[in-house]
Write a protein that binds this ligand. Sequence first.
Ligand code: 2HA
Ligand code: ZN
Length: 271
Amino acid sequence: MKDIMIAPFVCDMRNITEVMYRLGWDERNGGNISYLLDENVVGEYLDLSAVIRTIPLGFDATEISGKIFIVTGTGKYFRNVYADPENNLGIVRIGADGKTAELLWGYKDGGKFTSEFPAHLMSHMSRLSVDPENRVVMHCHPTYTLAMNYVHELDEKKFTHTLWEMCTECIVVFPDGVGVLPWMLCGTNSIGEATAEKMKEFRLVVWGMHGIYGAGKTMDETFGLIETVEKAAQIYMLTAHLPRINTIRDDQMVELAEFFGVKYRRDFLNL
Ligand code: 2HA
Ligand code: ZN
């Protein structure tokens, strides 16, 4: 068996949580990440028949039973993941009954996965139904994106359009736009279901006055999506109170999307 501490998926989780914490997107226990792993790769590091304990999921995940995820722990701080992955992360397999998770590694102090695991798993199911290569679901509280929630209409067309106007690369990076949910109680199956519904259409979903969800094939892609939204939101918050003299026009966004060959939400433009 190889040493799990050098497994690329453990390194990815340690590195990304460290970066996100330093960016100020994950104060205290804010934020959570789940990463769908390849069973054969995990098998190089762990005995897949050795279940440490089982943990109830609280909803039916039969559709993805047998799948293995590395997930941040509930109540755990991103700040601490790098130094102590085995307490702050866990590797779980969705049981055959679809109602429990089998712990294979981690949550060493008796902990369990994030309270947002239902939202994550439901989002994984949605994204996999439209993109079989999706692997990562990431949630965080990026500062400027959150600030923008308080001063900009929470309408997905208008919100996406404003972000697209803020940086030239935006329409190319997230041509599918940003889904927006109103403020909802977090940690519940209802917010999970609402997020998953949006995830059929969007890789990015804003949780009104709370934060953002991102999904992608890799850690880089997912982080890059959120990072680009956050950059655009920062430009917005730095300029929203000032007279606007210049902007990226809709016909220029079309030019960008067509030049880079991305399938974009044309209905989000005002053509
Ligand atoms: O896990 O961010 O939404 C802490 C949160 C809840
Ligand atoms: Zn949150």
